[in-house]
Design a protein around this ligand. Structure first.
Ligand code: ZN
Length: 221
């Protein structure tokens, strides 16, 4: 059941946590000017030896700008708004697990996509979060320039802050275009990262339960 008390305490907690959260994710606020990136894409096309005036490329700079802004829209997402009204007081202390959350991100080293599945689990104390909110928290951090390790950690830390559970476990399986299309060209290699807090870190049984629940069903890419 939803209670105002729970919502209020979360809002308060987030306000006090703000400095830490923003320093962790500190970046200059993106300048929201329409059309500011398109001329640079136009220039990139020229530098690549392309002819930006040919028919197929005419509107490419604007389309690329739109795509880039969408793929990095996580910078301007507001955690308070995402979580808003979706914390519930429930007497439930078993593991909650959301598997196979598709995510798409961009590697910060090459600005090429990496994508895969996130598996998120936590052990509630008194509060649970609306299940649909967990994929939105994943998106908030995936839609940025990232490395997979930090993305994994930020998801875990954020759920930890919001719910203050007994522990959080996050596993990300991903494929990186910068590995698949260039350089080593290992097209079938996947990268797995994990972040564990609380009981997931300290209790072998909790971690084992989480990992065995992940193996149930096919969660591979
Ligand atoms: Zn890369």
């Amino acid at each position: 059941m939803k209670t105002n008390k729970a919502t209020a305490s979360v809002v308060k907690m987030m306000e006090t946590k703000r400095p830490a959260a923003s320093s962790r994710n500190s970046r200059p606020a993106p300048v929201e000017t329409e059309g500011d990136i398109a001329p640079m894409v136009h220039s990139i096309l020229e530098h690549l030896g392309e002819d930006p005036s040919r028919e197929g490329l005419l509107r490419t700079p604007e389309r690329a700008e739109k795509a880039l802004k969408f793929l990095t829209s996580g910078y301007t997402m507001d955690l308070n708004k995402i979580v808003n009204n979706a914390l519930f007081d429930v007497e439930y202390d078993e593991m909650v697990i959301v598997k196979d959350i598709e995510f798409f991100s961009m590697c910060e080293h090459h600005m090429l996509p990496f994508y895969g599945k996130a598996h998120v689990a936590y052990l509630p104390t008194k509060k649970i979060i609306g299940l649909s909110k967990i994929p939105r928290i994943v998106d908030m951090f995936a839609r940025r320039l990232q490395v997979q390790e930090r993305l994994t950690q930020q998801i875990a830390e954020t759920i930890n802050e919001v719910l203050q559970p007994r522990g959080v476990g996050v596993v990300l399986e991903a494929r990186h275009f910068c590995m698949m299309m260039r350089g080593v060209e290992k097209q079938h290699s996947g990268t797995v990262t994990s972040a564990m807090t609380g009981d997931f870190r300290e209790r072998k049984e909790t971690r084992a339960e989480f990992l065995s629940l992940l193996r149930m069903g096919d969660s591979r890419l």
